[in-house]
Design a protein around this ligand. Structure first.
Ligand SMILES: Cc1ncc(COP(=O)(O)O)c(C=O)c1O
Length: 361
């Protein structure tokens, strides 16, 4: 595991002046333009898709991410229409953009403090981008096996990257990427320099989905949703959306998807079955989950390839995993289903390549 070497051995990002993470208040216009000279800037308006900051593109019930119906070629059961909720078009590329915004809005930095967070990549990328937009330095600790594309994206954003020997969704609170961050936050050697939003334990992770993803789905389906499918990772999505949907209609069936093995290649997903209770993310509320189903890597990647070829929709492998389970239910089921597509294919092209090479064998 790579450990921070020396407190003075910090890249340029460390030297950024400390800031509060809270969004800065709107600047007031100090002087009016001279007569006849209108300001050349545009008026921000979501209807024309003109925005003042990249963070304003993070979805909300009034500006939701798309729901796209699968074609008959992919899903031949007309009694079980499946809609994918596509999160890959979010400004930083995944469902985690929603969470990162809530986490940063809820984190206060004191003078001289900066951010650090463990992540399988997507939360890290969203946090790093938002931190940059707010002028705050950030360190991200990832499991070393996360795709190179994610590590490069984090470096592109200027985040200080730590790699840990860990499961693909950081698992142990005191080891691996989470342990590294814990030590940076708690060890006297760092003098209280780091603050971590800690997406595994922070209720704001759940809140982000309870306030946005869940209401979006309810509104987009006009309350007709019967089945909801999502993966277990930090468990923010399934808990927040599941809770919202159950409150609206307790008969909506919430299905959680996990990897079939603890060792897997589905970044962001976690096997919760058989996991000692102290390793299960504290934010998981099992009372909203009706069923847990497992998927192996091969089925997940093959489903991603099938979706790309049948419907032209490019999703990450965790979407393939979640969708495989939806098809199992669709083969005997009835009702309208929504499947979360946490991100798109582009950060996983090298992982998909391995499955394309196997074709025809
Ligand atoms: C690609 C991907 N799929 C699924 C998940 C699981 O979502 P959650 O962390 O809300 O449980 C994540 C989480 O990082 C993810 O990045």
């Amino acid at each position: 595991m790579q450990r921070p070497t020396s407190l003075t051995d910090r890249p340029e990002a460390r030297t950024k002046a400390p800031h509060s993470v809270a969004p800065s208040p709107l600047r007031s216009v100090s002087s009016s333009p001279p007569a006849g000279l209108e300001s050349p800037s545009l008026v921000a308006d979501p209807r024309t898709r003109v925005y003042d900051t990249i963070a304003d593109l993070i979805p909300s019930p009034d500006e939701p991410t798309p729901l796209v119906r699968l074609s008959e070629r992919t899903n031949p059961n007309p009694d079980f229409p499946i809609y994918l909720k596509l999160e890959g078009g979010n400004p930083f590329g995944s469902i985690k953009d929603r969470v990162a915004k809530q986490l940063l809005d809820g984190t206060r930095l004191g003078p001289g403090q900066s951010l650090v967070e463990p992540s399988s990549g997507n939360t890290g990328i969203a946090l790093a981008a938002l931190a940059n937009a707010r002028g705050v330095a950030i360190d991200i600790a990832v499991p070393e096996r996360v795709p190179e594309e994610k590590k490069t994206a984090l470096r592109l954003l200027g985040a200080t990257l730590w790699e840990a020997d860990d499961d693909l969704c950081p698992l142990y609170p005191s080891e691996g990427a989470r342990g590294l961050v814990k030590s940076m936050v708690e060890s006297p050697a760092y003098g209280g320099r780091y603050i971590s939003p800690n997406q595994y334990e922070n209720a704001l992770n759940v809140q982000a989905h309870y306030e946005s993803t869940g209401p979006e789905i309810w509104r987009q389906t006009a309350g007709k949703i019967d089945h909801f499918f999502a993966a277990f990772g930090t468990c923010g999505t399934i808990t927040g959306v599941g809770r919202f949907l159950k409150e609206e209609n307790e008969s909506v069936r919430i299905v959680g998807v996990e990897p079939a093995r603890t060792e897997h290649n589905l970044p962001g997903m976690k096997r919760v079955s058989g996991l000692p209770e102290e390793l299960v993310p504290k934010i998981l509320d099992r009372s909203v989950v009706d069923e847990i189903a497992a998927v192996d890597d091969q089925d997940a990647y093959r489903m991603g390839i099938r979706l790309a070829r049948n419907d032209g929709i490019l999703v990450g492998p965790t979407t393939g995993a979640i969708l495989s389970v939806a098809f199992r239910v669709a083969s005997q089921g009835h009702g309208l289903a929504v499947v979360i597509a946490p991100d798109d294919a582009f950060k996983y092209l090298s992982s998909y390549a391995g499955y394309l090479d196997d074709e025809g064998e």
